[in-house]
Design a protein around this ligand. Structure first.
Ligand code: HSE
Length: 298
């Protein structure tokens, strides 16, 4: 039996809509074992019991086996407690898809190349910005065209802290995508092109002072913030206490602020503000995951 460990991810990072994501040190785990017969068993070790037919890990596993003509391969799949919250913009569906493909690859004696895994995960998810950093770790910039992902990894400092603010309510990616226009004025496109270029340079050169401007987005955040109660108040507060900049994590509703200052007073100030709001929000301080999805021998 082998364990698959997959990190959470935050996608978009402001202006990098559907293109940029960063892996975070929060993980889901599944175990997979080959069987000599053709039985396919799935177990849950917690009370997280999404119906088998809706379970993305199982769907991705079976899809991969079918693709490699190994659909009758028997296995025991154990899905452990999911640490990545569902429908919060932290890449839970991407982690499930990547876990499923990694399990299938184990059953297939590691026949798939990393590029094949990346392309298939992106095809299943529909966009690359969560699945590719979930596979590779760090920040990844991805282009998906003609069913092929071209990507570049930017290493993220261990001392960059992601102040992750997770609300008690969910926001589905489909609802958050439906809120966006189909066409944009040229000035919004120019703004995003310039800011996303600055963003990549800011992370690459570790010039975090650029982030306040570089994280500003004109493509999705203006249309999604109204779907997230108190989000404008929270973002104003993160700016007031001195974070470099902030953004909606993926499609939301989680919000993230960035700092490299380990000063605990930030947490006290953020929590005091969150406690004054009508919905419950949980603050977590995370750092970038630098390894991506891993097999752990048991
Ligand atoms: N780039 C995607 C979006 C991430 O913002 O809709 C959500 O999975």
């Amino acid at each position: 039996m082998i364990r698959v460990k997959v990190p959470a991810t935050t996608a978009n990072i402001g202006p990098g809509f559907d293109a940029i994501g960063i892996a975070l040190n929060l993980y889901n785990y599944v175990d997979i074992e080959k069987r000599s017969d053709h039985q396919q068993n799935i177990q849950f070790t917690s009370d997280f019991t999404i119906e088998d037919s809706q379970n993305l890990t199982l769907t991705a596993l079976i899809y991969t086996l079918e693709r490699y003509s190994a659909v009758t391969r028997g296995f025991d799949l154990i899905i452990h407690e999911n640490n990545i919250p569902l429908s919060r913009g932290l890449g839970s569906s991407a982690a499930a898809i990547v876990a499923g493909i990694y399990c299938a690859n184990y059953l297939l004696d590691n026949r798939l190349s990393q590029q094949e895994i990346i392309n298939m995960a992106t095809e299943l998810e529909g966009h690359p910005d969560n699945v590719v950093p979930a596979i590779l770790g760090n920040m990844v910039i991805s282009v998906f065209q003609n069913k092929q992902v071209t990507y570049s990894v930017v290493e993220i400092d261990a001392d960059l802290i992601f102040k992750v603010l997770i609300p008690s309510f969910e926001l589905s990616t489909s609802k958050a995508r439906a809120a966006m226009p189909k066409e944009y004025p040229l000035c919004d496109c120019v703004n995003n092109i310039s800011k996303v270029s600055l963003l990549v340079s800011a992370f690459y050169s570790k010039n975090y002072a650029l982030l306040e401007v570089a994280l500003q987005d004109h493509i999705h955040e203006p249309y999604r913030l109204p779907l997230i109660p108190d989000s404008n108040k929270i973002l104003d507060q993160l700016k007031a206490i001195g974070l470099y900049g902030s953004f909606i994590s993926g499609a939301g509703p989680t919000l993230i602020g960035l700092t490299d200052n380990a000063n605990d007073s930030f947490d006290t100030q953020i929590e005091a503000h969150l406690n004054s709001l009508s919905h419950k929000w949980t603050l977590r301080s995370l750092t970038a995951d630098t390894q991506g999805a891993q097999y752990i021998p048991l």
